[in-house]
Design a protein around this ligand. Structure first.
Ligand code: BMA
Length: 328
């Protein structure tokens, strides 16, 4: 039998700066994707990447200059330099003919079993969770929306749990939601979703103020020896509006609605110019992460100030330890 060896793409990486005491550090050449990276774009942010062939593919949120939100496929050899298609993803009918969509934003991507699954915030009488799949990032198929409106931040687990697909989501409203907790739902077939359970709520102001208004899942959860590592965003409503930062939690492997640890401090908050200044100031919004257990590497992709895409790094073991040592 001929054994196929699939070349492992090198994970984007930069060593921690000598003077940094943080568990997560930023890529020195951030942002990696400029707001005008394709001819039509006003901003490119909150985007998802995944290993594909001997490199990477991604689904990018590109708002155009009419400020219409849509998702675009892109490709990269090294995970840092990206070529993004100039035309948005055109969906074909997947497990339904009902593929209505007023807008698409904040995609997530994950490989499960035989294909890449994409979730995004889909406009159907307000935001809800859209689901689609692709085998090659050329042809895309849209499935039934997972939930009723209004919902955002639909994030699939990378494998079935107790025989079912599992998805985190954040029920919301039709506007700039002033609340929001993370729930988990299960599906036998990626069409019908149920068994909804609350995972994690926004905190009390006095306990951890950066996540006291709302929270939402970010990248695809990573299975570790300590359970599912969930990177999420937390929001505080300040006198100048919302401020989005990044935290981590560890969820039970078999029962992921059980939170084992959850960070009281944030791991990354808006502090650099490109995170504090943009179309929506003071936003770091993680949507994807690449990891390598053997090399103990984690690369997190996040939208900065709703304008550009940036990259941050951490050691997987240190992020897990930090989450355990700094838990609420
Ligand atoms: C949310 C979404 C995100 C955005 C965030 C901050 O409601 O629109 O895409 O990053 O607000 O503006």
């Amino acid at each position: 039998m001929i054994k196929l060896t699939i070349e492992k793409a090198t994970i984007p990486w930069q060593e921690k700066p000598k003077d940094s005491k943080d568990v997560i550090w930023r890529y020195s050449a951030n942002p990696i994707i400029d707001r005008y990276a394709i001819p039509s774009s006003n901003s490119i942010f909150n985007s998802a990447v995944v290993q594909f062939k001997d490199g990477y593919a991604g689904v990018f949120r590109c708002d155009n200059k009419a400020v219409q939100m849509n998702i675009f496929a892109g490709f990269s050899k090294n995970g840092i330099d990206w070529v993004i298609n100039h035309e948005p993803i055109k969906m074909k009918a997947g497990n339904t003919e009902m593929i209505a969509s007023d807008y698409k934003y904040d995609p997530r991507v994950v490989f499960i079993e035989d294909r890449y699954w994409i979730t995004w915030c889909n406009g159907y009488h307000g935001p809800t969770i859209g689901i689609g799949y692709t085998f090659d990032f050329k042809e895309f198929f849209q499935c039934e929306n997972a939930f009723l409106p209004f919902n955002r931040n639909g994030v699939l687990f990378p494998q079935k749990i107790n025989g079912k697909y599992a998805m985190l989501s954040r029920p919301s409203d039709n506007g700039h939601t002033p609340f929001g907790d993370i729930y988990i739902s299960y599906s036998p077939d990626m069409k019908y979703w149920g068994e909804h359970r609350c995972v994690m709520k926004a905190t009390a102001f006095e306990d951890s103020a950066w996540q006291c208004t709302k929270i939402g899942a970010g990248p695809i959860p990573i299975l570790t020896d300590e359970g599912w590592l969930m990177i999420y965003h937390g929001v505080i409503n300040t006198c100048n509006g919302f401020r989005y930062a990044m935290g981590t939690a560890l969820l039970d492997e078999k029962e992921p609605d059980k939170v084992k640890y959850r960070t009281q401090p944030y791991l990354l908050g808006p502090a650099e110019q490109y995170e504090m200044v943009g179309d929506v100031p003071n936003v770091v919004f993680p949507c994807a992460a690449l990891h390598d257990v053997e090399e103990d590497k984690l690369a997190i992709y996040y939208g900065a100030a709703d304008t550009v895409v940036a990259l941050a790094f951490g050691k997987l073991s240190e992020v897990i330890q930090f989450t355990k040592d700094n838990s609420l």
